[in-house]
Ligand binder design. Structure first.
Ligand code: URA
Length: 199
């Protein structure tokens, strides 16, 4: 797909998410003046990070990972000498759940088709789900879920087949989990090093 076509297709997704009034979270977008968060970064990225759902800062700005978790993600990217503009960062759920609660299964189901299309347009070599919700969805979607917890399989590489060829899936802890747990931060540091090697 040409670069122009990719931009055009990504713009379509943006427009559809903006107009997604049927979403179970749309009412909060309106009542809390939240912005939807579609994703940002390179449309030809080799690495795609998939978080859970926008938090407060993200819903204020419309940008993924721009609050405290974003600071951790930025530090991790710096640590492996990869620029944020060269990766693609998004979430499985594109609107903020109230009070930052966990996304519900029906919310994941409602937004997942946007994520699947983003993956098929960008065609990343590596997908790094951040946290258990996007991990479970993505491993399941690509038929490689072994049911293990994130504590067991973070940093492991799952080789999968996609509509565009081979893709590696490398689940990682959610950056927010590392804010209060130094061991999680250590795991993220080493998983990012591995990500760079696998690239
Ligand atoms: N947490 C997420 O999962 N995604 C964001 O964009 C920000 C915080």
């Amino acid at each position: 797909m040409s670069e122009d076509k990719r931009h055009e297709e990504m713009k379509k997704i943006r427009d559809e998410v903006v107009a997604f009034k049927k979403s179970p979270l749309y009412k909060y977008r309106v009542s809390q003046k939240n912005l939807p968060v579609v994703g940002e970064g390179s449309h030809s990225a080799k690495i795609m990070f998939v978080g859970e759902a926008p938090g407060k800062n993200e819903a204020l700005t419309g940008r993924p990972f721009c609050g405290q978790s974003g600071r951790v993600l930025d530090e991790l990217l710096v640590s492996i000498d990869i620029e944020r503009k060269d990766v693609y960062i998004t979430n499985i759920v594109k609107d903020r759940p109230p009070e930052n609660r966990d996304p519900l299964p029906e919310e994941i189901e409602a937004y997942a088709p946007f994520l699947v299309r983003q993956i098929e347009i960008i065609r990343p070599k590596i997908i790094a789900p951040l946290g258990r919700f996007s991990m479970r969805y993505i491993l399941g979607k690509f038929g490689v879920d072994n049911g293990e917890t994130i504590g067991k399989i973070h940093g492991k590489v799952f080789e999968a087949e996609s509509t565009y060829g081979k893709v590696k899936i490398m689940p990682m802890y959610h950056p927010a989990a590392s804010l209060y747990h130094p061991d999680t931060r250590k795991s993220l540091n080493s998983d990012f090093k591995k990500l760079k090697e696998v690239l």
